[in-house]
Design a protein around this ligand. Structure first.
Ligand SMILES: Cc1cc2nc3c(=O)[nH]c(=O)nc-3n(C[C@H](O)[C@H](O)[C@H](O)COP(=O)(O)O)c2cc1C
Length: 215
């Protein structure tokens, strides 16, 4: 079986990224792009991002999670601390986040270090989640091998009865990570494969060095 995709070709012509138009701070540049993507209404979940970790088996692994907040400090997502990614981060906090917004022909790649956010912040977010999502977090030992879907559904059913009319406390093994960036690269597709790539790198004096990269 094979399929040749050599003819899949597209010219990127939507926008450009110039030294004269970018912000000095990459998080502000991120915010500018994020607002533009939101306003374009052409991406279902603009906050969906790929997070790559260095696994305990030595392999990188990428998976999509939802960014739930960004601030001047970095990017926050929520997950199970005992999941494969949680265990990877505990051993090595170096991660890479990436966003692809196809309708805007844009990509953002962030390298940084992940750290658990304060417990009260995870509590606050957990409380804001719908009951079903809270139960899901309790029932699922994310990334563990399970016998069948039925096992999960039975456990969920039991928990639904157990917690009926009650508030559910955040499980200790579920919470947020803040990724503090050390470099952020913005990629804007351009015609003839001469794409714009601008990379910000954090310096020791906490300033950001700005460089253009060859496409
Ligand atoms: C659109 C989308 C959003 C997702 N959001 C999250 C999320 O916010 N947190 C999370 O733990 N998993 C999320 N997942 C599931 C992850 O991709 C992944 O399956 C899960 O976190 C287990 O990963 P791990 O075994 O590598 O730790 C999402 C998946 C998709 C496709």
């Amino acid at each position: 079986m094979q399929k040749d995709l050599g003819n899949y070709r597209k010219s990127y012509e939507k926008s450009e990224l110039t030294e004269g138009s970018i912000k000095e701070n990459p998080l502000e540049q991120f915010q500018k792009w994020f607002y533009e993507v939101e306003a374009s209404d052409g991406v279902d979940e603009p906050n969906a991002m790929t997070v790559s970790t260095i696994g305990l088996d030595g392999f990188p692994k990428s998976r999509v999670v939802l960014m739930k907040k960004y601030t001047h400090e970095g990017f926050i997502f929520y997950t199970n601390y005992k999941s494969e990614k949680g265990r990877a981060i505990a051993a090595d906090p170096s991660v890479c986040l990436s966003f692809f917004w196809p309708n805007m022909e844009r990509q953002v790649i962030i390298k940084g270090n992940a750290e658990k956010i304060a417990e009260n912040l995870s509590d606050g977010y957990f409380e804001s989640r719908p009951f079903g999502s809270q139960l899901g977090a309790v029932v699922s030992n994310q990334s563990d091998v399970i016998g069948s879907r039925e096992v999960l559904e039975k456990e969920l059913e039991a928990l639904e009865k157990q917690y009926e009319g009650q508030t559910i406390e955040r499980p200790q093994h579920w919470g947020g990570y803040l990724v503090r960036p050390i470099s952020i690269e913005f990629w804007q597709g351009r015609p003839n494969r001469l794409h714009d790539r601008i990379r910000y790198t954090l310096q020791e004096d906490h300033d950001w060095k700005i460089e253009r990269l060859a496409p």
